[in-house]
Design a protein around this ligand. Structure first.
Ligand code: S3P
Length: 169
């Protein structure tokens, strides 16, 4: 069966939702950031500070090519995967792409905790993060289904919603 791919801005809940989805579906759980960290032997923060963002994006695209060949998997992606159109084209071959689409208020609530492990949030002020959020929206539109998220939605609720849509396709 086709994979379920989750895209969306940093802290939109992809990781937690993918865990619930994997439990519900019995699909294999795949996290592209985790794969990069394992392969590089360092954290995302370290990759950004030691090798730079461009290096990270190349590593990310390699991993995307790899997971695009998978089947029966829930694939949680990094928030910047959408920036390279080829990543989405590759993923689309074997996957249905769901974009988690929270209001910025939801991101704001999670920001303090989220910034610790996210270089693009760590040294950025709220205005800069909001500008990035706005600038990314057209890229996030490149998906099969957009899932609106507010602070009342739990990852489990979102996972169930995605599974319902997936089963109907
Ligand atoms: C990034 C998002 C991160 C991670 C890296 C860059 C981005 O993943 O891939 O810090 O450019 O949006 P999450 O979306 O899981 O935070």
């Amino acid at each position: 069966m086709k994979n379920i791919v989750l895209t969306g801005f940093m802290a939109s809940g992809k990781t937690e939702t993918s865990k619930d989805l994997s439990r519900i579906t019995s699909f294999k759980l795949v996290d592209t950031d985790d794969m990069i960290v394992k392969r590089e032997g360092k954290s995302i923060n370290e990759i950004f500070s030691e090798n730079g963002e461009e290096y990270f994006r190349k590593a990310e695209s390699e991993i995307i090519k790899e997971v695009s060949g998978f089947k029966n998997s829930v694939i949680s992606t990094g928030g910047g995967v959408v920036l390279n159109k080829e990543n989405i084209e590759n993923l689309r071959v074997n996957s249905i792409i769901f974009c988690l689409s929270p209001s910025f208020d939801v991101i704001k609530e999670r920001m303090e905790e989220a910034a610790k492990s996210r270089p693009l949030m760590k040294n950025a002020g709220i205005d800069e993060i909001y500008q990035r959020f706005l600038q990314r929206q057209p890229y996030y539109d490149n998906c099969d289904y957009k899932i609106d998220i507010t602070s009342v939605h739990t990852p489990l609720m979102i996972a169930k919603r995605i599974w319902e849509i997936y089963k109907e396709v």
